[in-house]
Design a protein around this ligand. Structure first.
Ligand SMILES: N[C@@H](CCC(=O)N[C@@H](CS)C(=O)NCC(=O)O)C(=O)O
Length: 402
């Protein structure tokens, strides 16, 4: 009797188990009429996988989720274990490359590609996109080097590591790996086509072709995708106060049928009409003796050697804790927590405008600075001073938005 795999067809994660099944001689069938986003939210599905994610394999002993675990389970049902290596060392190497395909490639590729396409849990951010694409390239470089001397990842035939790597590469191949991009990794490209054209793999991959062009950053939510423009936005808070409807207008879907000319022109005209400037709630706060321009001037004009005595002492003299508040931010999803900072906001809360307009605000943990706590004050000083070392780590890059 066939094992049931719950997933939508064409899902690169479910293909790991389906392809492993071809090699292992195991019968696996996809559930019929699976509707992604609907079937995986039902109570019955959540009983199989409380994460609500596909794929899930139903086995005689119970359900298994996580695509690598499913593929391993299926491969182990083969008494010959053709996909799993023939010595403890080979087994370890197969596991090693499976981990590389998962942690070095798949997770970085998801962080890079999904925000560009506008789906997944992470909103697009230029910095994160750059670091994820750099991490993908670093992984591809290592794989390319290994495959310059090896036809397969391990040994002389397809193993589970090849199945998992090629499935994980599919996201890149379909969405962002153009011919030009892959020209830097010729051995990896040769390898991908070798695996993709194995009959057991091709049966599930079908005809694959490289991405024709890399996706460009989404324009919605005020994201320009360009550092300079972003910086300019940060430096011109007044511009950021444009009415929300203007900034948050969703990008028109590319496939949308062309509008009749007059309708399109009418819409363009409407878009061009200046919108009334909304009242800034920060202007309604009681006046503060702290003049931001004075602080910015002091910060910018103080020489590094006098910074502590002049700029930092000057800051605390000017600082108005009733009219302003300081906030530490720490990036939530970085294990090493290497992105952090301090912000000075008008008022006692993070302004609504910031929460609405900054698409990455939710990616940070925000903690109000308690200025009665000397250690916290000293931390603020360190952020202002930008020392070579911060929290015991070398400071790689510092940015000031004023
Ligand atoms: N690490 C998991 C990832 C599973 C996963 O992220 N599945 C996605 C589709 S590829 C999903 O089911 N998402 C459901 C949702 O986001 O609602 C695996 O390898 O199985």
């Amino acid at each position: 009797m066939a094992l049931i795999l719950h997933s939508n067809p064409g899902n690169k994660n479910s293909m790991k188990g389906l392809i492993a099944a071809e090699y292992a001689g195991v019968k696996v069938e996809l559930t019929k009429d699976f509707q992604f986003g609907v079937s995986n939210r039902t109570p019955e599905f959540l009983r199989l996988n409380p994460f609500g994610k596909v794929p899930v394999l139903e086995t005689p002993d119970g359900p298994v989720f996580e695509s690598n675990a499913i593929a391993r389970y299926i491969a182990k049902l083969d008494p010959e274990g053709v996909l799993l290596g023939s010595s403890p060392y080979e087994v370890a190497l197969i596991e090693q490359w499976i981990d590389v395909a998962t942690t070095e490639l798949d997770s970085n590729l998801s962080r890079w590609v999904y925000p560009l396409l506008g789906f997944g849990p992470y909103p697009y951010s230029e910095e994160l996109s750059e670091s994820a694409s750099a991490a993908v390239k670093a992984a591809l470089r290592v794989l390319n080097g290994h495959l310059a001397l090896n036809t397969y990842l391990v040994g002389h035939s397809v193993t589970l590591a090849d199945i998992i790597l090629s499935c994980n590469m599919l996201t890149g191949i379909r969405c962002t790996f153009t011919k030009e991009f892959l020209s830097e990794f010729p051995h990896l490209e040769r390898y991908f086509w070798t695996i993709a054209n194995q009959p057991n793999v091709k049966k599930h991959f079908g005809d694959v072709s490289l991405a024709e062009k890399a996706p460009t950053p989404p324009k919605k939510q005020g994201n320009t995708g360009k550092k300079e423009e972003k910086k300019a936005k940060a430096e011109k808070p007044k511009e950021a106060q444009k009415p929300k409807e203007v900034q948050k207008q969703p990008e028109k879907p590319k496939e949308a049928p062309a509008k009749p000319k007059e309708e399109a022109a009418e819409q363009d005209e409407e878009e061009e009409k200046p919108k009334p400037k909304p009242k800034n709630p920060l202007d309604l706060l009681p006046p503060s003796p702290m003049v931001m321009d004075d602080w910015k001037r002091l910060y910018s004009n103080t020489k590094a050697k006098d910074f502590r005595e002049v700029a930092i002492e000057g800051f605390w003299k000017m600082y108005d804790p009733e009219g302003y508040s300081l906030w530490f931010c720490d990036y939530k999803y970085n294990e090493e927590n290497t992105i952090k900072g301090v912000w000075l906001f008008r008022g006692q809360e993070i302004p609504q405008m910031v929460l609405d307009e900054c698409y990455d605000v939710e990616l940070y943990e925000w903690t109000k600075v308690d200025i009665a706590d000397e250690a916290q004050k000293e931390r603020v000083n360190a952020y202002l001073e930008e020392p070579d070392e911060f929290d015991g780590e070398k400071l790689l890059e510092a940015k000031c938005f004023k």
